[in-house]
Design a protein around this ligand. Structure first.
Ligand code: PLP
Length: 352
């Protein structure tokens, strides 16, 4: 049997992801540039993204847990893979026996004790909390001997508000510098995508962007440099004419002001195209930008069709999901727009 046809496709632009990484690497100055590929590379496909980034020269990768490491482990003989959530009771034995490039990022005194017991002398990374109150040792814990007996490769902290110009950034920077200057580690890392754009003080030895690799623009400094890295297209299921005064979709949230042509396309909130795009999202039809009309359904969305257009059943329509723009339209974060894209897509890849 041939593979069933899927009327919805997601195309990942690997050369764009590589170009974004190279730009972030340049912006990181003397620091090496890694890559956050957690959540299946923010939904775009960790395996192909890691391959492309290895080709571009990236050698430091970040996922959340040992289970997320599995699909990419075979690619990483000569690269480093850090587990952001550290090491749990359930996976400590497996992580202790993992290939040597895999290191847990120890986040608490409990995790440190667990690692010392299960894998004495084996390299690890350590996260300190500098004010976000999410994961990591307090500075006091880190400076009171908790790290002794550990072979620490990367000392990390994470910025809570690097996408804003607020005093918290500098406070976190000072706290990180204070701790980093007093503990023996190989490398120090503070910045995500937005942190890289805060300038060289924030770069240390290694940066770890995620969002900007995939086309997200966390700060205006990235505008004009970071390229969109994926495209969503849906097929037209039906074209129809609506008359002036007719309404479109669930709960009749759009009333046609005049006779209109519309296309019902095969994408909906089950595909991560949430209802907040109702009456506000956009699509590209024959080179023109057209609005979404009415409420997004689970599997279908109505878009306007230019009157002269020959668009009809089976034609492909591009859904506007440029991250900064889609985020502004929907009120979702760029991270959410990206990671919500579901599992129904037929997935393809643009290669160089
Ligand atoms: C997800 C994550 C990153 C990447 O952040 P972006 O904002 O996507 O660049 C970096 N560091 C840590 C600790 C993270 O959890």
């Amino acid at each position: 049997m041939t593979k069933p046809h899927v009327p919805l496709r997601l195309t990942v632009d690997l050369p764009a992801i590589q170009a974004n990484w190279r730009w972030l690497d340049r912006m990181s100055g003397g620091a090496a540039c890694g890559a956050a590929v957690k959540a299946n590379a923010y939904g775009l496909g960790a395996e192909k993204v890691v391959k492309a980034l290895l080709d571009a020269g990236c050698r430091d990768f970040f996922v959340t847990t040992w289970s997320e490491a599995q699909p990419i482990l075979h690619l990483l003989e000569n690269a480093s893979l850090s587990l952001l959530h550290g090491v749990s009771r359930e996976d400590v034995a497996d992580v202790a026996a993992a290939p040597s490039g895999v290191r847990p990022i120890l986040n608490s005194l409990q995790q440190i004790a667990r690692w010392k017991e299960a894998a004495p002398g084996r390299p690890c990374d350590v996260m300190i909390d500098t004010g976000m109150n999410r994961l990591g040792l307090s500075p006091e814990e880190a400076l009171s001997g908790a790290l002794s007996g550990l072979d620490v490769d990367i000392l990390l902290s994470h910025l809570a508000s690097a996408d804003e110009d607020v005093p918290q950034n500098e406070r976190q920077l000072r706290t990180f510098e204070t701790v980093a200057s007093q503990v023996a580690v190989k490398r120090r890392s503070l910045s995500n995508s937005a942190g890289i754009l805060l300038g060289s003080d924030y770069h240390f030895d290694l940066t770890r962007p995620g969002l900007a690799l995939y086309g997200g623009i966390p700060r205006k400094e990235g505008q004009g440099h970071i390229r969109p890295a994926f495209k969503v297209e849906a097929q037209v299921v039906q074209r129809r004419t609506v008359r002036a005064g007719d309404t479109i979709g669930y709960n009749a949230t759009f009333t046609a002001p005049r006779d209109m042509e519309i296309a019902i396309v095969n994408v909906g909130y089950a595909d991560g195209y949430l209802r907040c795009f109702s009456n506000i999202g956009e699509a590209r039809v024959a080179g023109e930008t057209v609005p979404v009309l009415g409420r997004v359904s689970m599997d279908l969305t109505a878009v306007q069709v230019p009157v002269a257009s020959s668009l009809d059943e089976g034609d492909w329509v591009e859904i506007q999901l440029d991250l900064p723009k889609a985020s502004a339209q929907s009120g979702l974060s760029q991270y959410e727009v990206l990671t919500l894209l579901g599992s129904r897509y037929s997935r393809g890849t643009l290669v160089g």
